[in-house]
Design a protein around this ligand. Structure first.
Ligand code: DX5
Ligand code: ZN
Length: 221
């Protein structure tokens, strides 16, 4: 039995009311808080950095899952650790020394994740599977909330689940990020995902707390 976790992405929250919006989804039963860091280089958008992570850490008990969409993640590992990140995920497309980066993240006491863009092959992470705590499959091209789920993500998730099973690595989380809704969440879980990120689906709902509950229920049906 695998525990399925819902991770609301604060990218779609109201940045002027982050404390309130986080309390709402925490009360609604969110398992993890997904925090999108964008640098304007790796992705065509800018969001937030360590000071904001540090600020929200004071107000929530939820694990902070920091998704680094930036070209130089190594330079910020220490700052994110000090700010209270629990998971730190880097993109394989920008890491020239991925093994070193993953070890650095773990040395700083965080869980280490590696993320792949939709067009990036799973083969690029073959040699690192035994070292990571989490693999983040992007199901949209990163940069913005509210995009459409790319259907090819499903066979990619299935293939990764099969590989992790073959390697006896059941504890490695498969996180999926982008375009997740009440309509598609169940098949994403069935494909093998264990952490489901949802931004616009949660924060644009009339009742975000209820939406977290509904997403959980949809996984179990
Ligand atoms: C996209 C971000 C996502 C984003 C997802 O680049 O990595 O975490 O918040 O938003 P939705 O769920 O609206 O697709
Ligand atoms: Zn994300």
């Amino acid at each position: 039995y695998v525990m399925i976790k819902i991770a609301p992405s604060i990218l779609s929250a109201d940045f002027a009311c982050l404390k309130h919006d986080i309390e709402v989804v925490e009360c609604g039963g969110a398992d993890i808080l997904h925090v999108d860091v964008m640098d304007g280089h790796f992705v065509p958008n800018l969001t937030l950095g360590p000071p904001v992570v540090k600020a929200i850490k004071k107000y929530t008990k939820l694990p902070l899952d920091v998704h680094l969409m930036m070209t130089n993640p190594d330079a910020f590992i220490e700052q994110f650790a000090q700010s209270g990140a629990n998971y730190l995920t880097v993109h394989v497309e920008v890491c020239h020394h991925l093994h070193r980066t993953i070890q650095e993240i773990k040395k700083h006491g965080m869980k280490a994740g590696v993320s792949l863009n939709p067009a990036t092959s799973l083969s690029l992470i073959d040699s690192i599977l035994g070292d990571v705590d989490l693999i983040l499959i992007m199901s949209v091209n990163p940069g913005f909330g509210g995009q459409q789920f790319i259907p090819f993500s499903l066979p990619k998730i299935r293939q990764l689940r099969q590989t992790l099973d073959q390697l006896h690595l059941p504890h490695v989380e498969i996180e999926v990020d982008g375009g997740i809704s009440l309509e598609n969440i169940r098949e994403i879980v069935q494909a093998g995902a264990t952490i489901l990120v949802a931004g616009s689906t949660v924060f644009q709902a009339a009742d975000p707390a209820a939406m977290v509950q509904q997403l959980k229920a949809a996984c179990e049906m």
